[in-house]
Design a protein around this ligand. Structure first.
Ligand code: NDP
Ligand code: 8X3
Length: 260
């Protein structure tokens, strides 16, 4: 019989929990009776996530405003977490996303900076503060959310692909650096999933965002949340180093079978 890692009453830190994967993850971990410490910038939506998590069975659900692009904000977030616990079971570095589909020649500094700040530097800042709270925790797991974009480049995706490639390499380095501790380190790399991702990428253009998923059944946030739960619940000696998950209709970022 498998000695699964119990999440009951354990602290789970999720960045980007106001929407999409992060919100679905909060609800999935809540179903195991975990304690949730949730971060994102939109505090109203984050509070909604916390309320849903409590209704689903979370032992605690704290919504704490967080902008991962600011070192001082990450410090404040971590200091607040320490008022509740010094022992974190799971860190889900999920905050991030893409901005625009410009080619390199068309690219905007502000889009580039935001993508690198959130997907790369944000993950580093949060990891630096939270991982020390996991060093003595049996079956602890860092789950970094990458993307198939970090493995295969596509036109219009240069900086996002670069940012997620950086996520994958940072995760691999972290795995090596933490070898000898109980901490498991995972890069979870999804393909197309229908969340708010494309609305953000297309800067609020709902038609362009909807077109991304036209004629195809994409992944949904719950598919990813269930996968995160599966990763974290493996027995403490089992580390899922890398996991790529895509809709069956998507063989590569631009190889999508559509029934139009
Ligand atoms: P959503 O847009 O639905 O969610 C993104 C989350 O990130 C929101 O909660 C947002 O919260 C948060 N976020 C963004 N910037 C910051 C910031 N500066 N500080 C704190 N939180 C921030 O998209 P997804 O759920 O799809 O995206 C989650 C992750 O999954 C991202 O890293 C994305 O790159 C990745 N991904 C998505 C795929 C997809 O097809 N959907 C596929 C592969 C990977 P707020 O705005 O309130 O701060
Ligand atoms: C999002 C998936 O294929 O749009 O990370 O880059 S993709």
């Amino acid at each position: 019989m498998l000695n699964l890692t119990s999440l009951k009453n354990k602290w789970i830190v999720i960045t980007g929990a106001s929407s999409g994967f992060g919100r679905a993850a909060a609800i999935a971990f809540a179903s195991r009776g975990a304690c949730l410490f949730l971060g994102a910038r939109r505090i109203d939506l984050l509070n909604e996530t916390a309320q849903l998590a409590l209704k689903t069975g979370a032992t605690a659900a704290i919504a704490s405003s967080l902008d991962v692009s600011s070192t001082s904000d990450v410090e404040r977030f971590a200091d607040r977490l320490m008022k509740y616990t010094s022992d974190v079971q799971v860190l889900i570095n999920n905050a991030g996303g893409a901005l625009g589909v410009d080619t390199v020649l068309e690219g905007k500094d502000s889009d580039w900076e935001t993508m690198l700040q959130t997907n790369v530097l944000g993950l580093l800042r949060v990891s630096r503060r939270i991982i020390p709270m996991m060093l003595n925790t049996t079956g602890a797991n860092v789950i970094n959310v990458g993307s198939i974009a970090g493995r295969i480049a596509y036109e219009g995706g240069s900086v996002y692909c670069g940012a997620k490639a950086a996520e994958l390499q940072i995760t691999k380095a972290l795995r090596l650096e933490l070898c000898g501790t109980p901490i498991r380190v995972t890069s979870l790399d999804p393909g197309m999933a229908e969340t708010n991702f494309s609305v953000v990428r297309y800067k609020g253009n709902l038609n362009k965002a909807a077109a991304v998923y036209q004629g195809v059944k994409p992944l949904c946030a719950e598919d990813i949340a269930e996968t995160m739960l599966w990763i974290a619940e493996r027995p403490p000696h089992v580390c899922i180093d890398e996991l790529v998950i895509k809709p069956v209709a998507q063989a590569a970022p631009y190889k999508v079978a559509r029934n139009l």
